[in-house]
Design a protein around this ligand. Structure first.
Ligand SMILES: NC(=O)c1ccc[n+]([C@@H]2O[C@H](COP(=O)([O-])OP(=O)(O)OC[C@H]3O[C@@H](n4cnc5c(N)ncnc54)[C@H](O)[C@@H]3O)[C@@H](O)[C@H]2O)c1
Length: 414
């Protein structure tokens, strides 16, 4: 980690996040009593933020022996890494801005812990383990995966037989993607763009590539700030949904001419390419909130530019040979984590409650599980939703016995 002297600032940040994470707090209380993860070695490759710190502390309090490494070179909060190492005895291998070699050195340091459970956000840890550290596979009982992109990679591994242990897809839980991807990414992506640029969104044309869970959230928040939102999609269903939600949908080649700000959030590669840069207005701002920095063809932008230089922190100005300037935010990496603080704690509360309870589930059930990707059990999803509502002081109705019978019977209603 960068500097142990940052630990005090990290502690304040971790405690602040904890205040917003009541579901994880209640799981932590239960873990302290029951110690369900006693002596289990966990390596968690996640964004090193104050919310992740609270997950790591919860796992530790459940009895686990936890180490952390970063799942993204730009998302680490150095003060949090310092505090975890110094005050909580949780070794954390991560430095904000680390280069690719250091990033993988940190992943390997995490793997030296010989994990029995792996936690991933994007599947880099499991991929490294299964390709470069195969001697460790025998120790692993199971894993969890946080995000859409990681789940896609893991399902591809399971399909061709490469996956060597069961993994629970946290992203599949409704209490994850309906909230984290939509409300978390929606708000924090806009937050990252505003912190990096201080632009006034009202009146600007904001092009959002991908109208999935994340894209819907980003579009909703951009509209709320007065932007004129254009959506690009490859799925007819999602494009139709965008249109019925009141947005214009069109191909990127068309949107490229109109947009002031471009946000990719597809989980795909080469979504904005050289042909699109050719058409963009002078001053266009481009960024990505999808998992990997492959959605924008940065290589093409570099080749098309005479030079580039930093304009502000997290804003790189590319001077094109025809005189136009294009501004790339956060090196094309997740803008909400690069220029802001990632998702608010209140939403990570549910995602990480899924992580903690899924780790417990894996330990209880690993003997019954195949080398496949599993969804989070529905009972966990419901429990988390219930706890979250309780923490918000919200009560709801219950089915009466008569209603239960009505809903369960095909002959009722005639
Ligand atoms: N920034 C964050 O904090 C954060 C949080 C959660 C997920 N993610 C990442 O965001 C990405 C999207 O996640 P999601 O849950 O919204 O996925 P999703 O599958 O719900 O949505 C992705 C959408 O992109 C569309 N798409 C694919 N290729 C496209 C292309 N070339 N042009 C236009 N649209 C295209 C798909 O049709 C789909 O509708 C993933 O990489 C995920 O890992 C980021």
């Amino acid at each position: 980690m960068k500097d142990l002297a940052l630990a005090e600032a990290g502690k304040r940040k971790i405690e602040w996040a904890n205040q917003q994470m009541p579901v994880l707090q209640s799981i932590r209380k239960q873990f302290i009593k029951e110690r369900p993860l006693k002596d289990v070695r966990i390596t968690a490759c996640l964004h090193i933020t104050s919310e992740t710190a609270n997950l790591a502390i919860t796992l530790r309090d459940g009895g686990a022996d936890v180490v952390l490494c970063a799942s993204n070179p730009l998302s680490t909060q150095d003060e949090v890494a310092a505090c975890l190492t110094k005050d909580y005895n949780i070794p954390t291998f991560a430095i904000k801005g680390e280069d690719n070699a250091t990033y993988y050195a940190h992943l390997n340091a995490g793997l030296d812990h010989k994990p029995q459970i792996t936690m991933d956000d994007g599947a880099d840890l499991v991929t490294t383990l299964l390709t470069k550290r195969t001697d460790l596979v025998g120790n692993v009982l199971g894993g969890t995966e946080e995000t859409t992109t990681g789940v896609i990679r893991l399902r591809a591994m399971a399909k061709d037989g490469t996956l060597k242990y069961p993994v629970i897809a946290i992203n599949d839980a409704l209490t994850k993607h309906m909230f984290d991807n939509r409300y978390g990414t929606g708000q924090s992506t806009i937050d990252g763009i505003l912190r990096a640029t201080n632009l006034l969104l009202a009146g600007l044309k904001v092009v959002i590539a991908g109208y999935g869970w994340c894209g819907r959230g980003v579009a909703m928040r951009a509209k709320g700030l007065g932007a004129d939102v254009i959506v690009t999609e490859v799925s007819p269903l999602r494009a139709l949904e965008a249109v019925m939600d009141g947005f214009r949908a069109m191909p990127m080649s068309e949107a490229a001419k109109r947009g002031d700000i471009f946000i990719t959030v597809t989980g795909n590669k080469s979504v904005i390419t050289a042909g699109d840069f050719e058409k963009m207005k002078d001053g266009a701002v481009i960024c990505n909130s999808g998992h990997f920095n492959v959605e924008i063809d940065i290589g093409a932008l570099e080749r098309m530019s005479g030079s580039h230089r930093p304009a502000r922190p997290f804003v790189e100005e590319y001077a094109l040979r025809d005189g136009r300037k294009i501004y790339l935010l956060g090196d094309g990496r997740l803008i909400n984590l690069a220029a802001a603080e990632g998702h608010p704690a209140a939403v990570m509360d549910m995602s990480f409650a899924n992580q903690a309870l899924s780790a417990e589930y894996l330990l209880k059930h690993f003997g019954e599980l195949e080398r496949q990707v599993y969804s989070v059990p529905e009972a966990i999803d419901r429990q988390i939703a219930k706890l979250k509502l309780e923490s918000m002081g919200v009560q709801i109705d219950r089915l009466t016995p008569e209603q239960e019978q009505y809903l369960a019977s095909w002959s009722e209603g005639t």
